[in-house]
Design a protein around this ligand. Structure first.
Ligand code: PMP
Length: 361
């Protein structure tokens, strides 16, 4: 019977998915100095470990799907109402959920490039069209060019500030001028994953909560993965107008922020001042590492995040693989440059020593 042999047994998967690469995180190996994912070097505070241990006793039950206590604590700290806050399974899920909530086939999602890898991948998974606007010569967002790139199909814009992977920030006035040019129907995600590491000068300084109050279409994204040291638990949050937050709740994967993550995030907020003090080391170390590498002739833009960008062009992959041979894992972006996490002096010294050797090779 030929009809049987004609049956296609391949599972039916959307054909366009095969051209979308899976997200590939920084690789590491035992004993390596891992500087590829912008994590903090410290293990959790005792109070946070205790909260995680206590929550472990309850994992036979589903977590609070409304994430009520964490949402209310965040809202109180930020001076907003709980209906202006949505917690997510890492801010990466909030990026994805904003795309799902705003965009589908035929719609455009606009962002700078190079920027956070999830923006183009998640846009394509949603069947929408990524529109990438090259960074300016100083590797910061070219906001006037991004405003020029808005069309009547633009549904969502990501502004990553500080930008991953270049660490650069925009000027506050340029940001306001940009927001004034964005139609109010277009959501602007101000991705502040590295917010706690910023030390803005007068020209760079803005208050994201103020922007949220002034522009209904602005959604601010933050995370517990970086300065709060909870990358392994996956918890981030969005602050925005209740209409956008309501949409995020509708597309939220039920129970995707687990009970350990919720309790650890609440405990971390109680210990915020102790955790945020640690950012001071990173802030002074990034200036030291930047200066040292520039002295050797590397091109390193000013960073406001817990990493630096080294512009290496065609030498990127060689630098990264030689670094692995030296026991250091950095994050290469082929043909462009490497991103190196800044942590404590003893690890940063290894980076400086490796970079010095490599520059003399
Ligand atoms: N936004 C930016 C700019 C990032 O760099 C990251 C982490 N790499 C995220 C969002 C997502 O972080 P998380 O999901 O851990 O909150």
């Amino acid at each position: 019977d030929t009809s049987l042999t004609m049956v296609d047994v391949t599972p039916r998967i959307r054909p366009d998915l095969s051209s979308i690469p899976a997200y590939v995180p920084g690789k590491t190996f035992p004993g390596a100095v891992k500087l590829a994912s912008n994590e903090v070097i410290h293990d959790p505070l005792p109070s946070v470990k205790q909260a995680i241990a206590d929550a472990a006793d309850t994992v036979n039950r589903y977590p609070d799907n409304g994430m009520v206590e964490l949402t209310e604590t965040l809202a109180k700290n930020l001076g907003v109402t709980p209906d202006e806050v949505q917690v997510g399974c890492g801010s990466v899920s909030l990026c994805q959920n904003l795309i799902t909530a705003t965009s589908g086939p035929g719609d455009e999602v606009l962002f700078a490039w190079r920027s956070f890898e999830t923006y183009p991948l998640a846009t394509r998974v949603a069947g929408a069209t990524p529109v990438q606007v090259p960074l300016a010569a100083d590797l910061s967002h070219d906001l006037p060019a991004m405003a020029d790139a808005i069309t009547d199909r633009t549904r969502l814009i990501f502004v990553c500030n500080p930008n991953n992977p270049t660490g650069t920030v925009v000027d506050a006035q340029a940001l306001v001028d940009f927001l004034d040019r964005v139609p109010s129907s277009v959501v602007v995600a101000l991705d502040e994953a590295y917010f706690e590491y910023t030390r803005f000068d007068d020209a760079q300084s803005y208050d994201a909560m103020d922007l949220h109050r002034r522009y209904d279409n602005v959604v601010v994204l933050r995370t517990f993965s970086k300065a709060y040291g909870l990358a392994g638990l996956r918890v981030g949050y969005a602050i925005g107008d209740p209409t956008v937050i309501d949409a995020l709740r509708r597309v939220h994967v039920p129970f995707s922020v687990n009970s350990l993550a919720q309790r650890a995030a609440i405990a971390s907020l109680s210990a915020a001042s102790e955790l945020l003090t640690r950012t001071e080391t990173v802030v002074s170390e990034r200036a030291r590492v930047t200066a040292a590498l520039r002295e050797m002739g590397y091109r390193v833009p000013d960073s406001q995040a817990n990493f630096i960008w080294v512009d290496l062009g065609d030498e990127t992959m060689r630098f990264a693989s030689d670094a692995i041979d030296a026991g250091i894992v950095v994050r290469p972006f082929d043909g462009d440059g490497v991103r190196i996490t800044v942590t404590e002096a003893h690890e940063n010294d290894l980076v400086i020593a490796f970079a010095a050797d490599w520059s003399k090779r």
